[in-house]
Design a protein around this ligand. Structure first.
Ligand code: ZN
Length: 110
């Protein structure tokens, strides 16, 4: 993970600064960032394949967006905030144990 740099920030979409700080902390947690960088999840995500929104896929998008060194709007995550917990439960069936452990930490952090 060395040499990645800070990356771009996240736009505040209205009282989302604490949420953004949490997301940014997660994005720069090396094991999670490594998984998100590989984009393995989104390539096999059942929700994405059925054109549904997925929090883990959204994290891949946000990380990719912040790596462009421009401010990124996490609107996809904010717009689906109320449904995150339902989606996480559904998506657990398709995750590896590593993904489940990281997602559990993500779940607890939120
Ligand atoms: Zn997904």
């Amino acid at each position: 993970m060395s040499g990645i740099g800070v990356g771009g920030g996240l736009n505040n979409l209205g009282n989302t600064c604490f949420f953004n700080a949490t997301i940014q902390s997660l994005l720069y947690t090396p094991p999670l960032a490594a998984i998100l960088d590989r984009k393995d999840h989104s390539q096999r995500c059942r929700l994405k394949q059925s054109h549904q929104w997925c929090a883990f896929c959204e994290m891949e998008i946000i990380l990719s967006g912040t790596r462009q060194n421009k401010r990124f709007s996490p609107s996809g995550m904010i717009n689906h905030l109320k449904s995150i917990f339902k989606k996480v439960e559904i998506n657990l069936l398709s995750l590896s144990w590593v993904d489940k452990k990281i997602l559990t930490n993500f779940y607890v952090t939120l």
